[in-house]
Design a protein around this ligand. Structure first.
Ligand code: FAD
Length: 358
């Protein structure tokens, strides 16, 4: 019995960032894990900018900020372990984030971490003349989320996780248990099941998770021109990768799963990016793409137990899923192995949205 507790039989539905991160963590602890994923290319984990920005995001004090700060703290060791296993770099870069204040904002109200224009110029030369000051968050940073997803996929394979391409169609429920999952690859059964289908969770379970679309693009500077040395987080954000590529994001659109890029979306990003850093006006547009953030009514994740005894939820990470991957994986895996939800997840329970009893 004890042996079985240490090696749960876990099926993970959705092989994006959370699915892979949780699978890897479980496999590291010796669990037998299977992941069913429809399409890694559509995952928000690939579409994201990769900022690790609990401070620049201005998260209010409370359990969510605590979770986010703890995850940022874990990042260096987490990726080092993954890189050592896979031999692949994920370009984790604690480069700090500058959050500009524009000309018409009240500079005197800036609070801690503020820098006025001359200091901003030292931290990041070349910002537009409208940037009169900035908040500086030296502990925030970034990771190359595409490399991260690829490395997690590789790490899972190396640790014996069964990665299967396919789509979950329906949960088969008896009493309060999910006894099977009907999928494009046939009927699957597992002792414990984790739902990590991102913005698409609602097709399998009636929880309030919906997509919020983000358009993105990447520029390449001319040869010999060095890129930015920090993330710059304005109305658009500029995320410089170590190879010089500049990732620019993102729109935030309530358009369901409407696919594609729009002139309005890309136009907005390019206009805001040039306002922040005028020199990029002549750089080459290398790529444009979009993705769907898994969002909830209060914009906080849904983590831990579900209406069903053997179904665990890890979704709704909205715009901070890359940041939250290490702590989500750790706390969800711990709950599965111990068969008891981690107390730190109580604030993120699935049924917090129900109206309070009169
Ligand atoms: C444009 C954009 C920018 C972002 N920028 C940042 C950022 O800078 N920093 C940050 O921390 N976060 C950022 N995020 C948020 C972050 O990417 C997400 O919160 C995170 O990726 C969510 O991970 P997930 O695994 O829940 O979902 P996903 O990564 O979307 O993975 C879900 C997976 O489930 C699969 N799936 C869906 N339905 C089924 C089914 N029925 N059966 C099988 N598989 C299924 C999908 O194919 C997909 O691969 C950004 C997101 C977007 C879209």
């Amino acid at each position: 019995m004890e042996m079985e507790r240490r090696s749960p039989d876990v099926l993970i539905l959705g092989g994006g960032l959370m699915g892979l991160a949780i699978a890897w963590e479980l496999a590291e602890q010796g669990a037998r894990v299977q992941v069913l994923g429809r399409n890694l290319q559509e995952a928000a984990g690939r579409a994201a900018a990769g900022m690790l920005a609990p401070e620049a995001e201005g998260l209010p004090p409370g359990p969510f900020l605590e979770l986010a700060l703890a995850s940022r703290q874990m990042y260096g060791n987490w990726v080092a372990k993954l890189e050592a296993l896979t031999g692949e770099s994920v370009d984790y870069w604690p480069c700090g984030i500058l959050k500009p204040v524009c000309g018409n904002s009240p500079v005197e109200d800036m609070g801690p971490g503020q820098s006025l224009r001359p200091e901003v110029e030292i931290l990041q030369p070349g910002l537009g003349p409208g940037v009169v000051a900035a908040h500086w968050y030296p502990q925030d940073g970034q990771v190359d989320n595409r490399r991260l997803v690829a490395a997690l996929d590789q790490g899972c394979r190396l640790r014996g996780v069964a990665l299967q391409t396919g789509e979950a169609h329906r949960l088969v429920v008896e009493d309060d248990r999910v006894v099977a999952v009907e999928t494009s690859a046939g009927r699957m059964e597992a002792d414990q099941i984790v739902l990590t289908a991102g913005a698409w969770c609602r097709t399998l379970l009636n929880i309030p998770v919906f997509p919020r679309k983000g358009q993105m693009l990447a520029l390449r500077p001319p040869q010999g021109v060095s890129g930015l040395g920090r993330v710059v987080f304005g109305r658009a954000y500029l995320v410089p990768r170590r190879d010089g590529r500049l990732v620019i994001g993102a729109t935030s659109e309530d358009v369901g799963f409407t696919p594609g890029l729009t002139p309005a979306g890309l136009g907005y990003l390019l206009q805001e990016a040039q306002w922040l850093y005028p020199a990029l006006a002549d750089w080459t547009v290398e790529e444009c793409w979009w993705g769907y953030r898994p969002t909830t009514p209060d914009e906080l994740p849904i983590l831990g137990p579900s209406p069903y005894e053997n179904l665990v939820l890890a979704t709704g990470h909205y715009r901070n899923g890359v940041l939250l991957a290490p702590i989500t994986a750790q706390l969800i895996a711990e709950g599965l192995v111990r068969r008891r939800p981690h107390p730190q997840l109580a604030a993120f329970r699935w049924n917090r949205f129900s109206a309070p009893a009169p």
